[in-house]
Design a protein around this ligand. Structure first.
Ligand code: SF4
Ligand code: SF4
Length: 284
């Protein structure tokens, strides 16, 4: 069962909750996998203090042109939606950073002048603690193409009963790729006007993906009741609230946020885990 933990805006505490819930399930003996799909800022393993090691390189296939065969017909340029292979003065110029690795140009080339070569975009990392398995992606610095790496992370591990997916924040391709296929989404919100704006966008994204969702309000008490009112109006269950707390912030800065949540906010974590598992089971 895939449960995605996501948020409309960054800094809501989504990764902290993902790590705490995976830890809770792992400590209870469940075969759980935490998948860090926030590949531009992967820090779930750090929060859990799980040592990880790179196990594989993640690559995307990009075209390589055989200039002997190429006639400069332009069919490759015409089919590419990403302008990744312009033909300049009869010569195709591959722009690897723009290429999405769809393979269209190789299929379209009438001269069979294109073959694909792998381009490294990042690494897959894995680690383990008891029954908790960790797999995550680390995007290379300066790399823009995160969805293929996120897909690779999600393809990696299928041996767990439950997979907790720590999504990148937002509503663009990386967040959609991370959430796609999940059976339930926990949408973490900050109770501020900015938080509400991004919460609305993210809830609309999840509904477009037909993923049932519930909300967790983090830093409850720091803002207004806008997220509560929106959830009420939209029929979104507010699963739990984590209070605005100096102790949590201090524990986070010491790298002990997960331990603090497990010790002082166990009831909220239990409720989130149970609701998410129930919601995912209903969707099976
Ligand atoms: S593989 Fe796809 S995205 Fe890449 S250059 Fe060819 S057509 Fe464009
Ligand atoms: S489609 Fe093939 S032959 Fe035509 S320009 Fe591209 S690489 Fe050259």
């Amino acid at each position: 069962m895939d449960i995605v933990i996501t948020s409309g805006k960054g800094g809501t505490g989504k990764t902290m909750l993902s790590a705490a819930i995976a830890s809770l399930m792992g400590d209870a003996g469940s075969a759980v996998c935490l998948m860090d799909c926030d590949v531009e800022a992967p820090n779930a393993a750090l929060l859990l203090k799980i040592p990880v090691k790179p196990v594989d390189a993640a690559t995307v296939p990009v075209p390589s042109v055989d200039t002997e065969r190429c006639t400069g017909c332009g069919a490759c340029e015409k089919i590419c939606r990403y302008n990744a292979i312009p033909v300049i003065q009869g010569q195709p110029l591959v722009l690897p950073e723009l290429c999405h690795g769809c393979g269209g140009c190789a299929l379209a080339c009438p001269e069979k002048a294109i073959h694909e070569v792998p381009r490294e975009i990042g690494a897959i990392e894995e680690g383990e603690r008891g029954t908790l398995h960790f797999v995550g992606g680390r995007l290379n610095i300066g790399e823009a193409m995160s969805p293929p790496l996120i897909r690779e992370v999600k393809r990696r591990y299928y041996g767990s009963d439950t997979r907790i997916i720590d999504s990148p924040p937002g509503t663009s391709c990386p967040a959609v790729t991370a959430a796609d296929g999940a059976r339930y989404a926990v949408l973490v919100a900050e109770p501020t006007p900015f938080g509400l704006n991004d919460f609305i966008l993210a809830s609309q994204m999840l509904r477009a993906l037909e993923i049932p969702l519930g909300a967790v309000i983090n830093r409850d008490g720091c803002g207004d009741g806008g997220v509560d009112h929106y959830c009420l109006g939209q029929g979104i269950e507010v699963i739990a609230k984590i209070p605005q707390s100096w102790e949590i912030a201090a524990a986070y800065s010491r790298g002990e946020a997960v331990e603090h949540l497990l010790e002082h906010h166990r009831d909220a974590l239990d409720t989130i885990a149970e609701t998410a598992l129930r919601g995912a089971a209903r969707c099976s």
